[in-house]
Structures are given as C-alpha cells and as structure tokens.
Write a protein that binds this ligand. Sequence first.
Ligand code: FES
Ligand code: FES
Length: 171
Amino acid sequence: MNSVIVINGTPHEIAIADTRRSLLDHLRTDAGLHGPKKGCDQGACGACTVLLDGRRVLACLTLAAQADGRAVTTVEGVGRDGELHPLQEAFIAHDGFQCGYCTPGQVCSAIGMADEVARGVPSRVSSEIGAASFDLSSDEIRERMSGNLCRCGAYNGIVAAIEETYVGGPR
Ligand code: FES
Ligand code: FES
C-alpha cells in the first residue's frame, strides 16, 4: 500500500511493502529519520517515542499503516524555524543526557506528557481523578515519564529540564 504520512510538517508518500511494518522501521529505514531510536523494539524502553497527531506513541508498537493520513512529529521536528524546542534547550542546560540515545524519546514523550497534563489526563500518582488540571510535581513527572528508560542515569537532569520547561523552574 502507499502511505501518505505528514512527517514533521511535510507530506511523505512512501510505499509500505508489508502492512505489518512498524512506524519505527518506516521512519528510520524508509523516511531516513534516525532521531527515533530502536532500543528494545518491544515497547519497554520508550526510546522510539514520537508524537502521532500530537499524542505520544511508541513507534515500535505502532503500525506504519496506522499513521496513514496522519501527522507524525519526531525529535527532528519539535523545534521551530531552525531553533531548538525550549525543552531541548533545557536538556542541554541541565545535562539531561549523557550518551543521548534515549533523548529523542524523552523529549517527544515529555512534550506529549505536558499535553496530557493540560488535558486533565491523570496518572497513577495524581491525587484527584477528574481534576481539570494538575500540579506537575516531580512525582507526577517521574511517574508520567516512567515509560522512558535512561541507561546512562541522567534522570535528575531530565526531571530538572522538564520542570524548567513546564513548571517554571527546578524545585
Ligand atoms: S524501541 Fe520502542 S519502546 Fe523500546
Ligand atoms: S543518556 Fe544514554 S541512555 Fe539516556
């Protein structure tokens, strides 16, 4: 089948030879975008996280065919006009990465996470289910980002970067 996916704002028409092909393989191999990383390839590490119509998904567990006609944003597309996204700037300022392998997934996941908080989606540690909004505490950040693993142990820098971007300063 032929697939038209809007990737980082640009429509890409790419033939999907196998309808079981993952979005991750489609992005990395067919579209040549190597920002989304293949860590576990089975939904356990979060390294492949991208935004699908603005919501975070694991690209290794998403079929490329599911993205047909939809918008995908990878880490290559989160900045604007040649500038890094504020969260990317904060990752640099707070040493939010070491080897950086997990960073594209962390950045996309945090952007999607902030949108979930704004939409009132609760997490396991949210004190009030059904609240219109949430205080994005460090507990909330850690719980909501727990699907993204970092082997290099940069967790504190990652949380600090997210706090600076979405809370107003590290606490
Ligand atoms: S590569 Fe997708 S979750 Fe690990
Ligand atoms: S910075 Fe190396 S895996 Fe996270």
